[in-house]
Ligand binder design. Structure first.
Ligand code: MLT
Length: 422
């Protein structure tokens, strides 16, 4: 056996790995940031870092949710609640149907909802029900889970020098298209859309989504619509759900989450909607219900979200829960406004942050995203997320998250301005 610096060649039998994983570019973005921050902290233990990187909540769970959790735990102490219905308890799905959809004029059946432990998982797992030969399209920059999970599944070739995988259609999202590109010329099987968008903070208009739905219907494509940040939309005329768009029930799957809207990043609860009309086909052309396929997958690989967590999620829709969680969203959006205004008026080029908890800024002095990350860490002790981590078109941009206290956000803005001479 010869051992090089990275590769060990083996001459004896050994179990083969899924080599698609070897195509992945570096580590997953947020652990990589975590490693750099940890290294900086151990070299500068006195530094008072302000973290505006990963989009993780900073406010504690709202009182109505804590009360629901306590009550559910007490209940479980005198009454058995074992395996729940794998698609979610009716006490939660009824609330979801009434509050997230009926209030916006959308009718979703109970068996079209699949409660899960997170939209990260859902957006990564949904590709399993599609053929490995399916072509796919992402807006660029994009949430890295969409791309990486398809790479792992073998739906792509290798990445080029800029990190574009062969076999994926990348649609650049830029200031010219308001960071919400329209459909491509060519036919593609699967398209991931995210609105409000992570990372750019842009939001899709009704017209933009209608364009996508029309395109998907004409091409027999499936839209995977990630609406994890819908609660941050400020303009009531903007669509929260893709099912507000005519024709979407035939071609779209939607993902929603309690993570950011109600502080569930550590509590874990989300759901996916797959309408009965959404179809795929077999190699021989037979139509197959995507709802039925996912139902089979979910029942096989998942055993429901814990009872008390679903009780807590249902409390998000109670009058107190709705009011308290809306106040939390408003708190983060106040931060987003301060960052937009503070950096924008200092001459930085900023986008997003009006209907999303993310501000997307052009790096100053044409720095690369990672160079700006390092300089910001070093000179301002502020952590953000390099745009290039979200895709090749993210190079030259930087994402700042609004999840932190007002005080820390104000201090971070001052430090960024001082560090870059504004
Ligand atoms: C992000 O910062 O992009 C998000 O926190 C990632 C996630 O929701 O998984």
């Amino acid at each position: 056996m010869f051992q090089g610096t990275r590769i060990v060649y083996v001459l004896r039998p050994m179990t083969q790995i899924n080599e698609n994983y070897q195509k992945l570019q570096a580590g997953y973005l947020f652990p990589e940031i975590g490693r750099r921050v940890a290294a900086f902290q151990s070299a500068h233990p006195e530094a008072d870092l302000i973290k505006l990187g990963i989009g993780d909540i900073t406010l504690p769970l709202a009182p109505a949710i804590v009360d629901a959790l306590h009550a559910a735990v007490d209940e479980m102490g005198h009454e058995a609640h074992g395996y729940g219905p794998e698609n979610g308890y009716a006490f939660l799905t009824d609330m979801i149907r009434a509050h997230d959809f009926e209030k916006r004029g959308v009718s979703i059946a109970a068996d079209e909802i699949f409660v899960s432990d997170g939209s990260k998982q859902d957006s990564g797992n949904i590709q399993e029900i599609f053929g490995t030969g399916c072509s796919l399209c992402v807006t660029d920059p994009t949430y890295p889970v969409y791309v990486d999970t398809n790479v792992m599944a073998g739906r792509t070739g290798e990445a080029d020098a800029e990190g574009r995988y062969d076999g994926i259609v990348y649609l650049p999202a830029n200031a010219e298209n308001n960071f919400m590109p329209g459909p491509p010329e060519e036919r593609v099987d699967l398209i991931y859309l995210c609105s409000p968008n992570n990372p750019t903070g842009a939001v899709a208009s009704r017209e933009n989504l209608q364009q996508w739905v029309d395109w998907a219907q004409n091409h027999g494509s499936v839209i995977l619509f990630d609406a994890a940040y819908d609660a941050f939309i400020q303009d009531p005329t903007l669509p929260h759900s893709i099912y507000e768009i005519e024709g979407a029930r035939e071609c779209a799957i939607e993902m929603r989450s309690f993570s950011k809207r109600a502080g569930f990043t550590g509590t874990r609860c989300a759901y996916m909607v797959i309408p009965h009309e959404a179809m795929g086909r077999t190699a021989s052309g037979e139509k197959v219900s995507l709802n039925a396929l996912w139902n089979r997958r979910h029942a096989t690989k998942f055993n429901s979200v814990p009872y008390m967590i679903q009780k807590a999620a249902a409390a998000v829709f109670s009058p107190e829960g709705a009011e308290q969680t809306a106040a939390q969203v408003a708190y983060y959006m106040e931060n987003a406004g301060r960052i937009r205004e503070g950096l924008g008026s200092a001459g930085f080029e900023v986008f997003g942050g009006e209907h999303a908890p993310y501000i997307w800024m052009a790096t100053p002095d044409k720095l690369t995203s990672w160079d700006f990350f390092d300089q910001l860490l070093d000179r301002a002790n502020v952590v953000g997320t390099p745009g290039s981590g979200f895709g090749p078109s993210g190079e030259g941009f930087f994402r700042i998250s609004a999840f932190n206290s007002h005080e820390n956000v104000d201090t971070a803005i001052d430090r960024i301005k001082k560090a870059f001479g504004r």
